[in-house]
Structures are given as structure tokens and as C-alpha cells.
Write a protein that binds this ligand. Sequence first.
Ligand SMILES: Cc1ncc(COP(=O)(O)O)c(C=O)c1O
Length: 383
Amino acid sequence: MSANNRIYLSPPHISGREEEYIKEAFESNWIAPLGPHVTAFEKEVAAYAGVKGALAVSSGTAAIHLALRLLGVGQGDIVFCSTLTFIGSVNPILYLGAIPVFIDSEPESWNMSPVALKTAFKWVLKAGKMPKAVVIVDLYGQSADYDALLRVCNRYGVPVVEDAAEAMGSTYRGKACGTLGKFGVYSFNGNKIITTSGGGMLLSDDTEALEKALFWATQARDKAPWYQHSEMGYNYRISNIVAAIGRGQLTVLDERVKARREVFQRYKEALGDIPGVGFMPEASYGQANRWLTVMTLDPAQTTVTPMQIIEALEEENIEARPVWKPMHLQPLFAGCMYFIHEDDVSISDQLFARGVCLPSGSNLSLDDQQRVIQVIKHELVGD
Ligand SMILES: Cc1ncc(COP(=O)(O)O)c(C=O)c1O
């Protein structure tokens, strides 16, 4: 292994303003799972995104769980979900005893294919059981094509949860990702574009629904002078300290988006002309935050595989990862239904086989990025 310092895939990037907010929390003794920073963080995120309300919770997964429960998802219900995603999009479907049905990607954005979604609806229509919700993921920080997807969902009257865990700061036709469905979700996990060290946010214009989610997120305590409970709840709130970090991070979100897009541009310029090399396309309808730069290798043009690139980078102490393994290929979901984009072509399988996620941190130095580029070039063209 190289003696060089490790380059991480997507490490946290502190703004310097977080400590000021944390200090304030300590000085006022608000070290609790509520407090002024939590309330302010929610207001600031809602204002940034342009929605009526936001609820800060312990993770993006928790936010999806609450969204699905608000939509009435329960035992035996069907929920449609993008297949090309992280497990956090799907686990909440299982928490509620519901059944995920997976939808393929489209090649233009790598996000949920409206064609495959239509096929899935036709199938459930025949089977006589409509889904209770559709979870649409904005993959690697790129918005899905909501005009096309919502047209299909609205025709059947099925609400959408937008999993924008990776897409804070991205847009779709001028609107912020996270605001395109009935509910939207951000994650502030340590590897995200901004982080609270761990946390998430549920967004919606339906403030009454958010009130209900808050009730569940705080152990569903009835309005009574003693601890009384009529419904099942969760301990999903975040602390005032965690929210303080989030407020500091939010002040630099736009800078972080700019920096990640520049990282992407440099990879593309340095590697884009090598035969067989491609990159995740940016759909014309929006701006992606380029949370991760994803490179693809076309097996028709190069014999080098994504795993060879990942191993070569690891030799040099550089972290890279394969594209998410699609959910329909996971042992956990063996037997689940899956609808592909076109006859005989599963786009998500192709992307999984061809993609490599490259170090993409907004604090990746030019020298470090050059190190990454050199290793990849050496592997592909022997330079
Ligand atoms: C697409 C997607 N959905 C959901 C999650 C879950 O978020 P969290 O880790 O905050 O629970 C993540 C990331 O972690 C994600 O990438």
C-alpha cells in the first residue's frame, strides 16, 4: 500500500461556522433532543428548499419511514421504488410490513424510468392492487424526471416520496430537489454534501402531516398530564447540537455544490477522451449537485473493469466504490417484482456492471485529484 495519505470517497467538509453554533448550544445548556437550533435548522432548510415545513430527524431512513407511514403504508401494501439506490430507500418499506416492487432506471438520468413505471402500473392494475406510494430516488445528486414520473403517478392517484438523500442543492426545472413529491427527504449522513454527522429531514407543504410525523418521532405521547400512549411511536428526533452542526453546514451548501461540480468537470476533462470511458450524464432539465462523480467503462471498448480500477486505487490508498448494487439483485429481495426499462434490457444491471464512484469530496485538493486521475490513466492506457 502507498504511504500517501488516504483519499476518501466523500468525507465531511467543515465550514468553520459549526463551532460557533455548537458553543451557543452549550452556553445556553440546550443539549437536548430539541431546542432553538433544531427549530431554526428546520426553518432554514424549508426556506432554502421553498416548502412550507421541514422536520429534523435522526436519519434520512427515519424520514422515509415517517413519510410512508403518513401515506398509510401498512402490512401487505405494495410500494414502488427505484431499484438503483442505497438500501436506506427500501428498508422503511419493510419496517411497515409492505412489499417493495422495483423499477428500473432510464439511461438519460439513471433515475426511475417512466416507461418501466408505466409497465408496473399496468401490471398492478391487472392484479387489482394499487401501490400505496412510489419512492423515487434522485441518484448521486441528479433529479429524476418528475414531469414524466408524476404524470404517471397522478393518473393512478398514487403519491410520491422523493428520496433526495443524495440531492440536496440540486434542482429540477428551477425547483429544489426534495420538493417534487408529496414528501421529500434529505440525509445529513457523514458522506453527504452537507452533514450533521448523522441526521435527516422530512419536507412537505402539508404542515399538518409534519405535525403528525413529529408526534410519532417523539414516541407518540398523547396530550395528557402523565405519559400516555395510544399509538406506536419512535425516538427519531435530533439533538440541538446536531442541528447546530447542520446550521453551520447549510451556510456553505451552494459552495459545496459548486466545488463538487468542479471536481466532476476536472475528471471529465482528464479522462473523458479515453476510449470506453463515460460519465453519468446530466439531464437538461436540472442541475445536479454531482454528489459523487460516477465514471463508466464500456466493455465493448476496454477490457479494464470497474473492480480493477477500484483495486488499483485502493493500492494507492484511494477509496472508490462500485455503483449501488440494484435492489432487485439483493438476496434480501429475492422473489420481489422488478420492471425493466425495455424488453430484455435492464439499465440498472448495466450501470452496476460498468460504473465506478470516484473520490468526490468538496475538499478534494487539486493534487489529490491528480493522484486519482494518474492511477486511473495508468490502469486504462498505461501512462
Ligand atoms: C438514496 C439514499 N436514500 C436513503 C439514504 C439514507 O439516509 P441515512 O443514511 O441518513 O439514513 C441514503 C444515504 O445514506 C441514500 O443515499
